[in-house]
Ligand binder design. Structure first.
Ligand SMILES: Nc1ncnc2c1ncn2[C@@H]1O[C@H](COP(=O)(O)OP(=O)(O)OP(=O)(O)O)[C@@H](O)[C@H]1O
Ligand SMILES: [Mg+2]
Length: 301
């Protein structure tokens, strides 16, 4: 089973309006609500690809109840730790004229150290093949929260895949995780570097492997055995939000089956799934037909 950690779960609310006018009053034509946060996107993609997932995170208040309900309705098994604070919302206002979205992200409730302990204590290590951690940390949690999870996971022989940036990325590498980031997050952490060189550096710091996405230029994987770049079969237009999460889902599934997978094979699936995620308008969804068509065609160098 793939455990996906979303420490800052959200209820993603989408409003569709005719035309967004700053300072104007709008009639909302349609409202959609679903559970969100990067780890939930990872869980949705992994589940769509046929893997068993367990969504892990914090929920609080009425919004937390809605998140839990929506995860259940989506068929995603969840183990949620209650908190005193109210789960956050993100609000996307979609402009009917061109489909552009204006997005408001709440920071999220503060998590106390007791709530963090409760979360750590109920981790079902024995049931997990891998733990995938993605997204921002809520206020109140220590900056090394992901590294702490990685170290605990290792004690239980569970590998972690950590998608993050900045100091948390280098800390995750030092804790021996499989690390994930995009090119901008990599440069935030390591300074000016190429994606290939940066990925190699993360492995030298201690990462089991590093998989760095590079927008429409594809992605790079590095392990102690080598460095590979894979290119998308074609450049697609669509919504790239969540494309990196589709990559994380594929990487987590591969690592759950073999701690040291053949990265050339993993990259083919990751590149195909990421492009198939760009094709769909909602983060967490992928176009399965496009994924299956592209997967054998991805070139890896
Ligand atoms: N226009 C595109 N056409 C084809 N593939 C794309 C395109 N944009 C992105 N991809 C694929 O998606 C992967 C992830 O993209 P990107 O580097 O933008 O991720 P990200 O910024 O981490 O995304 P997020 O964090 O929102 O999930 C890329 O490595 C690439 O393989
Ligand atoms: Mg990303």
């Amino acid at each position: 089973m793939i455990g996906t950690v979303t420490l800052n779960l959200a209820l993603d609310v989408t409003y569709e309006v005719d035309q967004v006018v700053l300072g104007g009053s709008h009639r909302v034509d349609a409202i959609r609500q679903r559970a969100g946060g990067k780890g939930v996107n990872v869980a949705r993609v992994a589940s769509t690809l046929g893997h068993q997932v367990l969504v892990l995170g914090f929920v609080g208040g009425v919004t937390g109840e809605l998140v839990a309900e929506e995860l259940f309705d989506a068929g995603l098994t969840a183990l949620l730790t209650p908190i005193a604070g109210e789960t956050r919302r993100t609000v996307a206002i979609v402009n009917g004229a061109d489909g552009d979205a204006t997005i408001f992200n709440e920071a999220g409730p503060s998590v106390t150290s007791d709530e963090w302990r409760a979360f750590l204590d109920r981790m079902p290590w024995g049931r997990l093949g891998v733990l995938a951690c993605s997204g921002s940390l809520p206020p109140g949690l220590p900056a090394d929260a992901y590294a702490e999870l990685a170290v605990r996971a290792r004690h239980h022989d569970v590998l972690t895949v950590i998608d993050t940036g900045g100091d948390a990325l280098t800390a995750a590498a030092k804790a021996g995780a499989v690390v994930r980031s995009n090119a901008a997050e990599l440069r935030d952490a390591l300074g000016d570097t190429t994606v290939e060189e940066g990925a190699r550096q993360l492995v030298q710091l201690g990462a089991t492997a590093a998989v760095i996405t590079d927008g429409s230029r594809g992605m790079v994987a590095a392990s102690h055995k080598g460095v590979w770049r894979a290119l998308p079969v074609e450049k697609v237009s669509g919504n790239p939000t969540g494309a990196g999460d589709a990559c994380t889902a594929v990487v987590a599934a591969a690592v759950a089956e073999a701690p040291e997978p053949d990265w050339t094979v993993v990259l083919k699936s990751a590149v195909a799934a990421s492009a198939a995620a760009v094709l769909t308008p909602v983060a967490g969804d992928i176009d399965l037909g496009a994924y299956r068509r592209w997967q054998p065609q991805v070139a890896v160098n």
